[in-house]
Design a protein around this ligand. Structure first.
Ligand code: DLL
Length: 432
């Protein structure tokens, strides 16, 4: 069990003191060691010494994903290559990946923070933890792996894929904790059922899900299907990987490792910092990273912060579930739609499964959205009338929430694509 009470239950004034000292050091470090930041700060007319309080951080420029791409592969590192012991990368949708590096100290911190996160989620050295994230350049698997080892769990590094074998090993090894994307967990449950195994009867007791946005309704679905407690955890490669924030068993927001990361929420349009409780884009500054310190990274993830101490005893601020990304918001005939809103609607309807796809097209000047969704096997009676009624129900529910008339198409159970990592829900055919 890794629960650093000194840091995780720290008084806010003390935390802010620690953050300020670390922030000053980080700003000085990047200014001296990363030419990209020196140039950017100079262009903005700010110097590290201008930061005298945490509020002063807002005077410094943002970093965006393209900055990492422009400096591909190692241009943003603050240490010589000889100090780097690990590389990871996040696959971009276009072009080159974003490369991130770690010193040995960074790796140690990472393991520590993931260990804290899995401890919060109730994992101990009595657990058999199956890591169903892809091992490789993706940060998910290695990140969870080292943190789980640190708490002494028995780690089963199955990676993604070969789903029938995942289920077999869960049975044979008596796996108690599953680690994956929520989407892959749903896919694994479906595979188990096809094999004649009831997922709810397996010895699993907790699921740690992250790496993509998922709704409260999906939590209910996962908890019921697997008979587990499902917690959310958040991270991104540019900042470290998993372990940036995670839910405790109270499941009322993800505790941010604030002694290592300084978080802000900004208005994505104006860039202005917002108050606690206001929803906006999460911006993160690393406070202890050696290889790749990052100043004011625009995550594009939409969330809000709650600094109130939690019932679990931790005082670190909590971020609410990510409701979407500024870049996955669809604008359909002028209406803003997040895929998570659609998921939330679908999962409230009896007879509708968690497998869906959103297809956006343009006819002339008009946008059109089609939601393809699989009914559950029970609801798929084969009677046209039943399906029509269900389709109508989905259409009306979507209209109530989105004020948008979507075309709804029920498709045969099992016919939509299944995902082993992050799901790709939206096909926007308007984009070239
Ligand atoms: O997905 C790191 C990670 C791995 C986190 C495993 C948790 C578990 P990237 O591939 O760089 O890193 O993707 C980062 O994924 O900006 C979010 O948009 C999204 N994301 C990650 N966790 C969550 C979450 C990893 N819990 C991007 N809820 C981030 C919503 C999430 N979105």
């Amino acid at each position: 069990m890794i629960w650093d009470r000194e840091k995780e239950c720290i008084e806010r004034s003390q935390l802010e003191e620690l953050q300020l000292a670390r922030l000053k050091k980080t700003l000085k470090n990047v200014y001296e060691n990363v030419p990209f930041y020196r140039k950017k700060f100079d262009e903005h007319g700010v110097k590290p010494e201008d930061c005298r309080s945490l509020k002063d951080l807002s005077r410094f420029p943002f970093t965006v994903k393209n900055d990492l791409r422009d400096n591909y592969p190692f241009g943003m590192f603050a240490v010589p290559k000889s100090k780097i012991v690990r590389i990871h990368a996040s696959s971009g949708t276009t072009g080159k990946p974003t490369v991130v590096g770690y010193t040995q100290n960074d790796i140690n911190t990472w393991a520590e923070l993931v260990a804290r996160m899995v401890t919060m989620a109730g994992v101990t050295n009595d657990d058999v933890a199956q890591v169903c994230f892809g091992y490789g350049l993706f940060t998910g698997a290695f990140g969870l792996h080292y943190g789980l080892e640190k708490v002494g769990a028995m780690v089963v590094p199955t990676s993604t894929g070969n789903t029938e074998r995942q289920i077999m090993l869960m049975q044979d090894f008596q796996t108690t904790a599953v680690i994956s994307t929520p989407t892959y967990a749903m896919h694994m449950a479906e595979t188990a059922k096809k094999m004649g195994v009831d997922p709810a009867q397996l010895p699993l007791r907790v699921g740690l899900f992250g790496s993509e946005a998922w709704t409260e309704n999906m939590r209910v679905e996962l908890e019921n299907t697997w008979n587990i407690k499902a917690t959310d955890n958040y991270g991104l490669s540019e900042i470290m990987g998993p372990g940036v924030a995670g839910e405790c068993l109270e499941t009322c927001g993800m505790h941010i490792a604030e002694d290592h990361f300084l978080v802000e929420v900004i208005d994505p349009d104006t860039g202005e910092p917002l108050d606690y409780g206001e929803e906006g884009e999460l911006v993160i500054t690393t406070l202890t990273k050696e290889a790749l310190p990052i100043i004011r990274y625009r995550t594009r993830d939409i969330t809000k912060l709650n600094p109130e101490p939690c019932r679990c005893g931790r005082t670190t601020a909590r971020m609410s579930k990510v409701s979407g990304r500024t870049d996955d918001m669809l604008i359909i005939s002028g209406v803003n739609v997040f895929p998570s809103q659609i998921e939330s609607v679908l999962l409230q309807i009896d007879g509708i499964s968690s497998h869906y796809q959103i297809i956006v097209t343009k006819k002339g000047y008009l946008d059109a959205m089609e939601v393809q969704v699989e009914p559950t096997a029970e609801a798929f009676t084969g009677h046209y009338k039943d399906l029509q009624a269900l389709e109508e129900k989905v259409r009306n529910s979507l209209y109530t929430v989105l004020s948008l008339r979507a075309k709804v198409k029920l498709v045969e159970p099992g016919s939509l694509e299944r995902f082993e990592g992050k799901a790709k829900r939206v096909i926007d055919k308007r984009k070239k």
